[in-house]
Design a protein around this ligand. Structure first.
Ligand SMILES: Cc1ncc(COP(=O)(O)O)c(C=O)c1O
Length: 389
């Protein structure tokens, strides 16, 4: 079969593999999903239904998105991200993912290097590979709450480096890069004229005193930042496939050329739902955040009961955490996750899915109900106690 080298080199997603395996069991306690289990808020559904009833959704929109939606996004970026955007600097995309893919495709020539943290969201790595770029994985410091040391980024720069790509808050570690770290990364990017591609999917889910910072709010980064956002997590809209990208005018006209062959435009019904989301009450975000804060704390308490099996860093953001397994057996994370699923029907994501330094960990998601967290941990507690005797 003549499959391209580009595609062949991409590893099968361990995330989707665990979802497939989980479907073979009944009564699974799911800690492996990164999708909110609460439904999309009703006023957003209603905005979409009204658009359908008014016959607005049957055709394509402008490829860069409905002007009314982009106008709302301009307001949101100024209010919440301190990014001064213009309607013509925005591209509405199929979730954050398509924006990220279009950005990578537009920046990377074959052999160009992109610096990413490890562990990181594995799709970012695949996107670089799909563009025939080379992912250069620079470890986060697990001993310092998975912080990213800008000096380690500087050391990884070569004449082939084109971009730095990260998500903050992070999938899988829940780390929120500090403003100071991001200002240092921006300074390095400007010094070497690199593009910084950000994935801010979890921008609103940041706990206690931590703050989300958008690197594009630094005025000097205007021409060097491509910022990707999404409605997916913020408004529990995973299935609507709707997000957006912001960058400088000159670059966006190039990125649009990469967007069209993949998408033509984002789903129009979802664009109307997104207008409903931005114009309507934002209480749902507060409610989701309060829920994730509670389930994060519960998960940490339950992990404390298993301190001879796991150690962990309390996540400051997202709804994900990345405990390390303190197992004696010579087991890798994929075997560990598969065994948990087979023996006690607890579904987790193996750490190796997130880069080489993810090995030895599992990713747990706390965007679930408290009952689901307790069900999974009740089973694990009995299981691990039983195994020691
Ligand atoms: C960091 C990160 N970026 C992007 C996505 C996907 O976003 P979207 O649904 O907007 O494409 C996910 C989903 O899990 C994610 O964790």
């Amino acid at each position: 079969m003549s499959v391209s080298k580009r595609v062949k080199q991409i590893r099968k997603s361990a995330i989707h593999e665990m979802t497939r395996l989980s479907a073979q069991y009944d009564d699974v306690a799911f800690l492996s999903w990164a999708k909110p289990t609460s439904g999309t808020p009703e006023h957003i559904n209603e905005a979409a239904i009204a658009a359908i009833k008014n016959n607005l959704t049957g055709g394509y929109s402008q490829s860069d998105g409905l002007p009314e939606l982009r106008k709302e996004i301009v307001t949101k970026l100024a209010r919440d991200n301190k990014i001064e955007a213009n309607i013509s600097e925005l591209l509405v995309t199929i979730g954050a993912i398509e924006g990220l893919a279009a950005a990578v495709m537009s920046i990377i020539d074959p052999g160009d290097e992109v610096i990413l943290p490890t562990p990181t969201y594995s799709t970012h790595i695949s996107q670089v590979e799909l563009a025939s770029g080379k992912p250069v994985l620079v470890p986060l410091n697990e001993d310092n709450e998975f912080a990213w040391d800008p000096e380690s980024i500087r050391k990884a720069i070569t004449p082939k480096t084109k971009a730095i790509m990260y998500c903050s808050p992070s999938n899988p570690t829940g780390t929120v890069f500090s403003e100071e770290t991001l200002r240092n990364i921006a300074a390095i990017a400007l010094e070497h004229d690199l593009v910084v591609i950000t994935d801010e999917a979890y921008e609103y889910f940041v706990f206690e005193e931590k703050k989300h910072f958008s690197i594009a709010s630094i005025p000097e980064m205007k021409k060097n930042a491509i910022s990707c956002f999404t409605f997916t997590k913020t408004y529990a809209m995973t299935g609507w496939r709707i997000g957006y990208l912001h960058t400088d005018q000159e670059l966006i006209s190039q990125i649009k050329k990469a967007h069209i062959p993949f998408a033509i435009c984002a789903p129009v019904v979802s664009q109307y739902a997104a207008i409903g989301a931005l114009k309507g009450s934002q209480d749902c975000i507060t409610n989701f955040k309060e829920h994730y804060f509670k389930t994060r704390n519960l998960m940490c308490e339950r992990l404390d009961e298993l301190s001879d099996v796991f150690s962990y860093t309390k996540p400051d953001g997202s709804y994900l955490m990345f405990p390390r397994m303190l197992m004696k057996q010579d087991q890798d994370s994929l075997q560990f996750s598969k065994k948990l699923l087979k023996d006690i029907q607890v579904s987790t994501t193996p750490g190796i899915a997130f880069g080489p330094t993810g090995e030895g960990h599992i990713r747990l998601s706390f965007c679930v109900t408290e009952n689901m967290v307790n069900k999974a941990f009740d089973r694990m507690k009995t299981y691990f106690q039983g195994r020691k005797t």
